[in-house]
Design a protein around this ligand. Sequence first.
Ligand SMILES: NC(=O)C1=CN([C@@H]2O[C@H](COP(=O)(O)OP(=O)(O)OC[C@H]3O[C@@H](n4cnc5c(N)ncnc54)[C@H](O)[C@@H]3O)[C@@H](O)[C@H]2O)C=CC1
Ligand SMILES: O=C(O)C1=N[C@H](C(=O)O)C[C@H](O)C1
Length: 285
Amino acid sequence: MNNTIKLAVHGAAGRMGQRVVALASGADSVEDASGFTVVGAIDHANHSKIGQDAGVVAGGSPIDVPISPQWPSTAEVVIDFSLPEALDACVAQCVAQKCPLVIATTGLSEAQKESLAEAARSIPIVWAPSMSLAVNLSMRMAEQITRALRDVAGGVDIEILERHHRFKADAPSGTALKFGELIADAMDADEPVQHVHGREGHTGQRTRNEIGYHAIRVGDNPGEHTIVFGMLGERIELNVAASNRDCYASGALAAAKWLMQGEAGGPKPAGMYNMFDVLGMADSQ
Ligand SMILES: NC(=O)C1=CN([C@@H]2O[C@H](COP(=O)(O)OP(=O)(O)OC[C@H]3O[C@@H](n4cnc5c(N)ncnc54)[C@H](O)[C@@H]3O)[C@@H](O)[C@H]2O)C=CC1
Ligand SMILES: O=C(O)C1=N[C@H](C(=O)O)C[C@H](O)C1
């Protein structure tokens, strides 16, 4: 009897989708990736790889699952690495099939975030802009540093630098925005925090109440974030960088597995979860 988790990958022909398919189908031996069977490899109907074996597209052996726009009826959990414009249909399908969902796609609109919250009333969803352990740990560290420096004499200027590959479609990264959101909360400022995206021209002096964001697009960088805490006379730079995409793929697989491990033996109850929940860092602020 096959007790593996039946997984469908949405955006399966993309850079990330390929790595999820490769790890989940055992092309490399990664602990978080064991115990899955890929039953669906979904991509856009016009993608040039439609009809090709998803395992081969991902650079491995055939797995007998074609890249297809069709949703398999057998999927028990779905991992999405696609595009904002593809996400609504994916969420609707998962709600219709009552299928737990891991959402990794970034660059969502406010309306999409609201419909995710609505969907999470009927299915369990893990939604996070970074599935990486190191990034999520760094987010907790950034919160701590922010709190520790909150009352430092002379103040602290916090700027977020992110570097990604030239193909990335959204800026700043979802991860940079999440760092900023968490840091803004930890600043606990009297005035609303201003989120300033890049600077040009006669900007005037930097205010104390802002977080700056700078998006760098270079070559094949799989993702790097640096949080600069600049004071008068010294600074801290918190840097977290991926060497390749497998930190995100294995994190997404860990999230899918976590969703399938509810207390009653089935999936987790409907609700919106994030990687802090998956990694056991929800209370470690
Ligand atoms: N949360 C995380 O840890 C990470 C999130 N990401 C995010 O994941 C997303 C995908 O990233 P990449 O794989 O680099 O992009 P990509 O462009 O290589 O892949 C996206 C895939 O989605 C497919 N797609 C487009 N429309 C579709 C539709 N209607 N139905 C099904 N599939 C469709 C595309 O054909 C493509 O194969 C981005 O938003 C990126 O920011 C990327 C890495 C890590
Ligand atoms: O597009 C990418 O590549 C990545 N996107 C995510 C983001 O926008 O934060 C996560 C990771 O940094 C890689």
